[in-house]
Design a protein around this ligand. Sequence first.
Ligand SMILES: [Zn+2]
Length: 619
Amino acid sequence: MSGFDRSDRDRVLEATDLVALVGEHVRLTRKGREHLGLCPFHDDHRPSMAVVSHKGIPFFKCFSCGAAGNAIDFFMRYHRLEFPEALRQLAERAGVALTPRRGIPAGERDVRSLLLRANEMAAKSFRRFLADPELGGEARAMLDRRGVAETARESFGLGAAPAAWDRFATAVTSWVARQGRDEADRLSADDFAAAGLLRRSSRGEWIDGFRNRLIFPIRSEMGRVVAFGGRQLDPEDQPKYLNSPESPVFDKSATLFGLDLAKQSIIKGREAVVVEGYLDVIACHAAGFDQVVATLGTALTPAHARLLRHKADRVVLLFDGDEAGQRAADRAVEVFLGGTLDVRIGVLPGGLDPDDLLKQDGGREVLQGAIDSASDALDFLLRRFGGAFAQADGLSARQTSIEAFLRRLAELGFDRMAPLRRSLVLDRLAQLTGLTAAALSAAVPTLRRAAVPAAAAAPESAQPRPMEPMSPALRVAERSLASVFLSWPALAATESEALARGWRDPAAHAVAIWIREAVDADREPALADLLTAVDARDRHALDELIEHAERRPSLEGDARSQLDSALADLERLDRLEAHAEASRDEHPPRDPHDVLRRLERLRDGGVRAAAIGRVPRTA
Ligand SMILES: [Zn+2]
């Protein structure tokens, strides 16, 4: 087992309380001797997952999708980790010391684990720099000005990147050299570069990825540092906020800042509050609002909703009322209408963000009031429409306004809403407009039909697909391959097998179709065609893909080797997903011991397959 002692696994299982572990991820309710919760492994609407701890080896089991297993299985599947990394994290959580591993062949290096360790080392260095009288002076002054207390600096692990060019690079170089020769999985400077922490200067020397910035470690739900956000200390340094690039451990649109510290109170209070900035989260926690997290410069995405829906009954998005907040609110309605989460919108008065508000007298009460009075996302949208409608002058302006609103509703997924809810919306609209609900209802399908022909004219394969649930690692891998395709479309045209794969990310899928269509028509792929090939509903995904492509660390090597390494990553993940699917598809047996035996076989097979996948391609 990849150098792990079998007894390590048993000791970790013994030391891990499964109910507590699952309860850290999913809100559980006690029912008799078992605990029930929403299953995080399928689109669960009533609690289908049981955690059974009173007979033999504790196990979880979903009666709907068949997901089942022990604590390690739960952890691997929830966090999409490979066995060694899951074991390592659970051992750390339970305070179990693992048997030291023997040397591992270079081909078996686990990229995710290396990136996490590089980030961990960097977080320590940044904390040290912040404490340094000289190097951390400016960052500390900013924290003082913002009123961030010492306890908050510690719990959020804040740090500083010095103003020098290579202060961190020097620390890494000497740290890398000091690593024990026998230590398996030794880190190299390249691993730090892959995490965006180091860059090559034009002269080929290692220099710091973050310079002269206040550093906010971005941690996973389990408290692992997956990335960093760096805030400028000098207004000359652009951008104001710099984030680590996306990587196999960091998917920006599926990460919430502060979730590691907030999740217990989110589960307990059944409510999550989402704000926009690092300092807002820190100020809220300091004021006792422990259920607060932040998105990382994006609107609430379906991936965020998936992180929260097993923990909270409702999610309140707090905005400071400016135009950006309004746009984000609009996007949140989309998630809301997707039907998985009760999303509410709260607007803070006076255009103040939570950090500023909490510094004022009575700010705490105002913030609490905004959370309590937050309105249903749909209600928010309707009220905004009501305001615009009342201002529309004349019959045709009003008609245009209604039509635009109905079209927007259709785009946002009105047809996916529960019928009862749909008729409530139509009733509200009828009140606002003075039209009958029946007339409005008749207008919606007309608009929906009118929207169809453009998409129908496109080839079948170009039909927009709904965002599928997928692991952050798989999304990053698909986007990385699609990024290489975007850079070298002609080279991509020769990869017919990869182009025809079952893409899950809609933007990566669109890129593949775009190239395939050009190949079929025997011409060069033209970028303008890509824009028309992407459905309006996937445009946001395309924006993210382009951003991902722009932020990829510039890799060594030529197009061919970049393509090969992106292909190898994706193949490895496909194999892992296939194993997860296989365990889901098989008919769930009744005997839990049989389930465990079969899961162990699958897992051991998965570890072997993963090891094969990590051997670099020699083609
Ligand atoms: Zn399930």
